[in-house]
Write a protein that binds this ligand. Structure first.
Ligand SMILES: Nc1ncnc2c1ncn2[C@@H]1O[C@H](COP(=O)(O)OP(=O)(O)OP(=O)(O)O)[C@@H](O)[C@H]1O
Length: 577
């Protein structure tokens, strides 16, 4: 038979059947693949889509009988017989294995990850970046201006990496052969607690894990412990159970700021993490040993993320700068040296400015990126009236940008010492307003409250001492209270202590007396004199026999004042106080 498609192989399969769509007679063995393709051309109900009409047999010059065969190689198949390729499908996303090579130049590869493949990726949603670059061929969308690119969500959100390739730093936990990477590559996602300082990438890592998990047909649900109630948690768990029962899909639950959940809420997770209904990814800036209950903690792996290094921060900033189309000027370069069209308005940033920003943001990528955004926006505003087209972001602009958002405070650098010194001196001078101002400068700039509290303990003794013996317990209590409560609530505790110490009477008697002791010991020439025998303890017979404790007058036994030497004879008469 001329029209039959396929070759009979045995008696049971050489039966002829009619295609229900095109009425073609063909072998039973070939009906499925024929139908697949036939339906692409002639969907049941007869209404072909707009695209299909454009490539109708008449348009293509193909006869209806040959069309299905021609389409076999590249036509998408009808979902009845083949799984659809969704935008989340594994085939469209690089797996962790594919993402595994995080080389130092990975920051240069971000254009790859900007290809529109997943709607979860912030850079891809709304195409803010794509519209500004030439990644899309053919119908070029109108290029966005720099101001437009900065509009809307904060730059830090827009730049959130979608893959490990763009995830900088954290090599201790994500480098080659680390436990986490191995687990992720094998799609074994354990319940984990990501613990690290603000802006170090906890949420970002959770999103990357989730994206990979979605590719592997898992559900990803997020909750913020700051707003979710116990009922919300129960609802998520109920849905997770249904998904597991009916769709055989696992649920990954990301809980941001998990330390803010109370004990009951944390307990709600327990059995479900235990039995695998949900895989929990918690993020916290607080020490999980204190903030997360032990039972939950023992069911999760704690992954400690660190502040981002200056190098990682530079890479993150560089990626943002490139995405925004800002050109980087090294020390010996001038604006316009790239040979670009001079009539175009160009934005430049000095390499030094980026390095300064990377240092100042204290390993917090959000601070760094938002600081960059502020500086660029400030330059754009300043450049509106200027006749010169080129705008250059310099170090001072970066600092200015950070100051505006009250974050210019280099915790590791000079500013840290300058501010604590100013606080100490203001308290010594009993100036309450100045003392509070310097305290505020440090705390609002992100200083560690425990560092400030430790300095107050020292001040209580050094500058107040016995003039007010309650100053020291005040300061120690403030330290403990800060330890229990943490920022931001502990700010007022420190303020109370600072005001107490500022108002207290001052005395450096203890401080200077002890200073003299240290000087005496330091300047002593020759061997230090031995402890006089009568002052020595004599716990054993031998020591007693050697004369230890001999002649010592036990003061409580005497009603009259005791005359006795307490210093070595060489030191007799020395005064420290
Ligand atoms: N390791 C990283 N690599 C690249 N970009 C990062 C990295 N870490 C953070 N970022 C950038 O900083 C932004 C903020 O990071 P993220 O929200 O992940 O921090 P976080 O640790 O969860 O902070 P918080 O505790 O304050 O919620 C991200 O949107 C991203 O742009």
């Amino acid at each position: 038979m001329d029209d039959a498609i396929g070759t009979p192989t045995d008696d049971s399969t050489d039966k002829l059947v009619h295609c229900p769509v095109c009425d073609l007679e063909l072998l039973a063995t070939a009906i499925n693949s024929h139908l697949d393709n036939c339906l692409q051309v002639k969907p049941i109900g007869g209404v072909a889509g707009k695209k299909r009409r454009l490539s109708s047999p008449e348009d293509s010059g193909m006869s209806e009988s040959t069309q299905p065969l021609k389409r076999l190689s590249n036509a998408p198949n009808f979902p009845l017989f083949h799984k659809p390729k969704s935008s989340d499908g594994p085939s469209e996303e690089p797996s962790f294995a594919a993402q595994s090579s995080r080389t130092p130049d990975s920051k240069n590869k971000h254009a790859e990850s900007h290809m529109p493949s997943n709607s979860d990726c912030p850079q891809k949603q709304g195409n803010w970046l794509l519209q500004s670059t030439s990644l899309i061929q053919g119908d070029q969308p109108k290029e966005k201006s720099l101001a437009e690119k900065l509009d809307g969500k904060p730059l830090a959100d827009k730049m959130r990496p979608c893959s490990l390739q763009d995830y900088m730093g954290q090599n201790k936990v994500l480098g080659e052969n680390t436990m986490l990477r191995t687990l992720l590559q094998s799609n074994e996602i354990p319940s984990i607690i990501l613990w690290g300082p603000p802006g170090c990438g906890k949420t970002t890592l959770a999103h990357i894990i989730a994206k990979n998990a979605k590719n592997n047909n898992n559900r990803f649900v997020t909750l913020s412990a700051t707003s979710a109630s116990t009922n919300d948690v129960r609802e998520v768990i109920k849905q997770a159970q249904n998904e597991q029962r009916f769709c055989k899909r696992k649920t990954i639950l990301f809980v941001d700021e998990i330390h803010r959940f109370n004990k009951t809420q944390q307990d709600t997770f327990l059995p479900h993490v235990e039995c695998g209904t949900i895989t929990l990814i918690g993020a916290t800036t607080e020490n999980p040993s204190f903030q997360i209950n032990n039972a939950l903690l023992s069911r999760c792996r704690v992954i400690v993320l660190e502040k981002l290094s200056v190098e990682a921060m530079e890479a993150i900033l560089m990626r943002a700068v490139e995405s925004l189309g800002i050109r980087v000027l090294s020390e010996d370069q001038q604006p316009g040296c790239s040979g670009s069209n001079v009539s175009e308005t160009a934005m430049y940033v000095e390499q030094k400015a980026l390095t300064t920003l990377a240092h100042l943001c204290d390993g917090d990528a959000r601070t760094g990126l938002n600081g960059l955004q502020l500086s660029v926006q400030a330059r754009l505003a300043a450049g509106k009236d200027a006749s010169n087209h080129d705008m250059v972001i310099k170090e001072e602009h970066i600092k200015e940008g950070l100051q505006r958002s009250h974050i210019l405070y280099d915790r590791a650098g000079e500013e840290h010492y300058n501010c604590i010194s100013a606080l100490h001196k203001s308290m010594r001078g009993s100036d309450q307003d100045a003392s509070l101002y310097w305290l505020g400068r440090m705390l609002e700039g992100g200083e560690d409250p425990l560092y400030v509290a430790r300095r107050l303990v020292r001040f209580a003794s050094e500058d107040i001492g016995l003039a007010d013996p309650l100053a020291l317990p005040q300061a120690v209590s403030a330290y403990q209270a800060c330890h229990f409560i943490g920022m931001p609530e502990c700010d007022v505790i420190l303020a109370q202590c600072v005001m107490y110490l500022t108002r207290a009477p001052k005395s450096i008697a203890v401080y200077s007396a002890y200073g003299k002791v240290k000087a005496c010991l330091k300047n002593h020439k020759g061997p230090l004199p031995p402890v006089p025998l009568h002052l020595r303890n004599a716990p054993t017979k031998l020591m007693k026999g050697l004369g230890y404790g001999k002649g010592y007058k036990y003061n409580p036994k005497y009603s009259e004042p005791v005359v006795q030497d307490y210093l070595p004879p060489e030191m007799k008469g020395i005064k420290f106080v």
